[in-house]
Design a protein around this ligand. Structure first.
Ligand code: P6P
Length: 334
């Protein structure tokens, strides 16, 4: 039975965005969310066939459609850019795939929003058919009277207007928040629409999982090691299982649905950890807070950290609030 027969009401992402936009909204923000949903559909179509690309592209550098065979993360970046650069809704973009900010081309009207994104996080998992994701955040420009600049991108997560991710997995899901809860939409490939499937997502209690790469144990400080030991067998720690996919969006999504925490701590030789603040950790921390959880760098909320550069890395503890606050306490800050 298809989803339409099972659902009491069919809510497309377009309808949901419209019904939840501010009354006086001009529609720019709404249309920007549409643009991101469209990009997700385009990227999903390609990632679902990733395994075929080498076959389809057997003719050499181009595939059977005559397209240059691009790495999928470059392709995803290109799709997001080309769907958003000319719409007049943005003043500037920033992408994990590009060193500098992405200005809106001369000749196109500039808008009042800023889009920061990781077009395809975990792309190394594509070759082994593991779920991957797109992560995005939307800010307001700091100055309406000029074209977007670096400072418009270097805003703390606390100032996000919206954040979300797309998970390209057994199904394609778009999960986002505009500050009024977290809502999930599943792509119905038969009709090409994202349909509301998870309204008001909240971290369930008690948590079920913690996600960390334990191979890095020797690289962690004694405080981080003590926290990981507590998670695993502390007297007062919840009975958790370890689940680590090695794909941030997939780990975060499972922890959001089942309860849990994602951990990428600082290391003795990598004090900033691995995750990027602007377009990975801060958007996910924003979603976590909207879903009753919390995101920390081990000392403070990730949403309070003002980026000093586009690709700045940050230690990340994101998910169940109690488990994250315990990390802060054990890392010696409370
Ligand atoms: P490690 C993928 O490269 C990624 O950026 C995230 O998606 C993932 O959570 C993390 O790195 C995995 O890193 O060091 O455990 O392989």
């Amino acid at each position: 039975m298809d989803i339409s027969l099972q659902s009491k009401k069919i809510v497309t992402i377009e309808r949901f965005i419209l019904e939840n936009q501010p009354v006086n909204a001009r529609g720019d923000f709404t249309n920007l969310m549409y643009d991101i949903a469209l990009a997700a559909k385009v990227i999903a179509h390609k990632t679902n066939r990733a395994g075929l690309l080498p076959i389809l592209g057997r003719a050499g550098a181009t595939n059977v459609q005559g397209e240059d065979q691009q790495k999928l993360d470059v392709y995803a970046d290109d799709v997001l850019y080309k769907l958003c650069d000319h719409t007049g809704r943005l003043c500037v973009m920033a992408s994990e795939e590009r060193e500098d900010i992405i200005p809106i081309p001369e000749g196109y009207e500039k808008g009042k929003y800023v889009l920061v994104y990781d077009p395809l996080d975990g792309s190394s998992n594509i070759d082994v058919n593991v779920s991957i994701g797109t992560i995005f955040g939307i800010f307001r420009t700091l100055d309406l009277d000029r074209r977007g600049r670096l400072e418009d991108c270097l805003q703390p997560g606390r100032d996000l207007l919206a954040a979300g991710y797309v998970l390209y997995g057994s199904s394609t899901m778009l999960v986002y928040s505009t500050g009024k809860g977290v809502h999930g939409f599943t792509l119905d490939p038969d009709i090409g629409e994202f349909l509301l499937s998870h309204e008001n997502m909240r971290f369930p209690e008690p948590p079920a999982y913690y996600s960390v790469n334990h191979a890095y144990w020797p690289r962690w400080s004694p405080q981080v090691q003590a926290y990981m030991k507590w998670l695993r067998d502390g007297d007062d720690s919840p009975n958790l299982s370890e689940r680590y996919i090695g794909s941030l969006v997939a780990d975060f999504h499972r922890n959001l649905l089942r309860g849990g925490v994602f951990l990428y701590p600082a290391e003795l030789r990598k004090p900033q950890g691995k995750l990027r603040l602007l377009y990975e950790a801060a958007p996910l921390a924003y979603l976590a807070e909207q879903a009753g959880g919390y995101g920390s760098d081990g000392t403070q909320s990730l949403l309070n950290v003002k980026p000093q550069s586009l690709h700045q890395r940050v230690p990340a503890y994101i998910g169940n609030r109690t488990l994250v606050e315990k990390a802060e306490a054990m890392l010696g800050t409370k």
